[in-house]
Structures are given as structure tokens and as C-alpha cells.
Design a protein around this ligand. Sequence first.
Ligand code: PLP
Length: 412
Amino acid sequence: MPCKKTNKQNTENNDKSKLKKEYINNSKKYAANTYARFDLVLESGNGAKLKDIEGKEYIDLGSGIGVNSIGYGNKSWINAVNSQAKTLQHTSNLYYTKPYIDLAKKLCSITKYDKVFFCNSGAEANEAAIKCARKYSFDKYANNDKEYKRNKIVTLKNSFHGRTMATLSATGQEVFHNYFFPFLEGFSFAEANNYEDTVSKLEDNACAVMMELIQGEGGVIPLDKEYVQKIKKYCEENDILFIADEVQTGVGRTGKFLCSEHFGIKPDITTLAKGLGGGLPIGAMLMNKTCSNVFNNGDHGSTFGANPIAASGALEVLNIIDKDLLKEVSKKSKYIKDKLMKLDNVESVDGIGLMLGIKLKEGLNAKEIVEKCISKGAIPLTAKTKIRLLPPLTITDKELEKAVSILCECIG
Ligand SMILES: *Cc1c(COP(=O)(O)O)cnc(C)c1O
């Protein structure tokens, strides 16, 4: 009987909403207060869709901050991860395992880098890059010199490189330089797109420059191509390593496998993480020939780095992100830009591929609009004052159309 069914459904809904409150309370009680979380308890995903504990569906425009590059429920990824979990989940890096070797080979062949070091996160990949750059310079220039100081890393203002002590020290935003004193020495911050300022910092004993080609957390701000190319050239002429932090921009996010392809450069070191594992924690530092033999036995390491499960997942991600998918990313980017640029309340849509930042007209609040989108069934992110979009690269046209129509409705 319909009436009875409705009652039953009501009770179920009440139970779910009670459960949701309980989860949130327990989280607040037992988990560190490091996140101002949205009022959402997510339970499952399929394609680019997420479902919360109350059964409500959302189109995901954030991918867990650019991580779920191939969306949810991808069969080949699930099979790869499942079967590896059944066979051998972890060994440490004291021994050889096939997934690790296959992944290293495949990544080098896609990116034309010489060697790769694996770890578990973006911050760790950048830590590895910082250590590699310092040792590169030390090996070549220290000569037992007690006064040796060619060890500075120049990064950019408004950058974000991670939360560990070294990567926080490398992050060029004052807001991050509180509480945790003392920070590491040997970092200086140059103004993005200012060649003279950057060179003046590089002249002061730099061994490397590290930059995001599109500043992500800083507000989805692409650097000027000409500036990047000029700095790259200066670095080549002065034996300073160029490190591209592609933790957010890498692995197809911008419609090229690496964002540096858009900039026409080949950095000495590129770091990857977010999108690489399809949801599993993995980071990578790619090295070109100049620095691929800087690390020797015992110089650096990671217990988990590319363990068999994470490596199997990442290998499947690399199989899925092929030329055709990259073309789709660019096509979808254009679709989003065209639709959003028509809105009165949109000032600009910045970024490349499916890493986009929507700059709103004065007086509009990105966080409030995101809340509105969530209530209507789409989940974008924010970056500084912008609405940020990092949807799964595999989002279908249909999912994207729906999500963009929700965005348009909420932005107005
Ligand atoms: C997210 C991010 C990091 C930090 O990555 P974690 O995996 O959180 O350590 C570093 N650099 C950039 C550009 C990022 O976007």
C-alpha cells in the first residue's frame, strides 16, 4: 500500500539523517579539527556522480581535489587494485615488485623523463625534489668548501607546495608562515611573472627554482608563458635546476599529460601526485638526465612509496588517460568556458583544461555559491575568491551539461 510505503520511507530518511548527525558529531569529537568541512557525508560514487548517506546524488566537480581523475567505479582500475590486494599488498622498497617497475617504465616513456622516485603525496614529491636539487648542487659545487651555500630554492609568491615543514617553508604565502617556527632556511620568494625579481633571487646562491605553472591553491592562476620560458633559459645558462610542481596540473588535468607541454619547456624535475593514483595515495618525482643519478643508495626513501596496490592503480590510470581522453579534456574545457563566460556575474574563467577558476563579479561570494550548488546537486571547489572546477577527467557530456546548468543557475 502506497501510504504504508511512504511512512516506511520517512522513517528510513529520519534514521539516515540521524546517522548523518551522529557521524558528524563523532568526527568533531574524535578527529583533529584541521578541516572546515562541508555538511556532507559521502557514501558512494559512480562515473562523475557521488551519493551521500541520505541517497542524494551530486555531480562531482572537485574529484577530491583533483585526485579522482578517472571518476568512480572504473572497472579496470577496480580489477587492477582488487587483484593486487589479493596477490601482494606491500613489500617495502627493499625488494623488487612488478607494479613498481612497470609504473616507473610507463611514466618515463609517457613523459620522456629519465628516472622516477616514488612517494605517497604531493608534499613528499616536492620534498624529494628539494633534496635532489640541493644534492645536485652540493655534489657539483661544494668541493669541501665550508662556506658553501649554493643551496637556495627560489619559489614564487602565492605558491602552494605542501604542508610538511620543508614544503611549508617553500610555500610563498604569508598565511602559511605562522605558529610553526622555526621554518627551514634556504627559500626565497620571487614575484610571479617578474623576470628581474626572479633572477635577482636566483643570483643569490640558488640551486633550483620551483613553480606551479598554474598556481592552484593560490587561485587558479596560469603563469605567463614568456616568463616561464625566460626563467627556464636563465636556469639552463646557470646550471640551476627548474622544478615544476605539477602535483595538481599533471597527469592530464590540463589536456596535456604534463602542463609544461603547454609552456613549451621540459623542466629538470617534475613532481606529480594528486591525479596519479586515481584515488590511491602516490607521489612521483620525475628527473631528467642531468639529475637522475643524484640519489644513490640510502640518500632518500619511502616505506610505502608506490607500493604494489598504489602502483597497480596508477598504472591503470595511465592506461586510461590516453590521447583521446586528453582531447576530450580540452573539448570539455571549452564547453565550460563558453557557457560560463556568457553569465553576467562572471568576470573571467581562468585555467587550462579541466583545472578552471571562475572569477566572480565584485560582491559575490564563491563559498556561498558553492553551498548553493551543493544543495542543487553539484559539488565545485573554491580557490581563494574563485569557484574552482577540477571534475573527473572522464566526466561524460551528459554529466557535465547537468553540472554546468546547475553552476549557471547558482552563479546567475
Ligand atoms: C595539493 C598540492 C600539494 C600538496 O599535495 P599533498 O598530497 O596534499 O601533500 C603540493 N603542490 C601543489 C601544487 C598542490 O596542488
